[in-house]
Write a new protein. Sequence first.
Length: 164
Amino acid sequence: MAAKDGDGAAPAVAHSKGGKGMLLMAVVAVIVLVAVAGVGLVLGRVTASGGGGNGKGGERTEREARIGARVTLDEFLVNLADNERYLRTTIAIGLAEDFSEKDMEEKTAPIRDAIVSVLSSKYLRDLRTEEGRETLKTEIKERVNRALDGEKVLAVYFTAFTTQ
């Protein structure tokens, strides 16, 4: 009989250990599912709001669709308004679909002049932040478009940007 009790006790202990392992796996599975659902919810909201949640996602997509050629200009090296500092940058511009690269080549001098005027009017403190550089892009776009008598430049991109 002792043999029967021994045989009966061993499966009960094994079943008890198996139950704890299954419970632990179930708890881990629930935690993983909740985490995945949370990440999916956050990503879904970011995607629905246009990417970064800044509300400009639709506008940016529409503007990008209107941009024809993107042209990289030669490097700019200008003294900043500080007089002791300089800026070295390379700029690419996104042109309107109705303004060709050939049109742009014919107007390179007024485009570069407008950009140099904007860049050299800046202080180093104006260029240190992302907000300052975004403001600079807007100013460059506006000044170049004034020089071209119309909205020919839709976007400005810094492909290199160094101050000293």
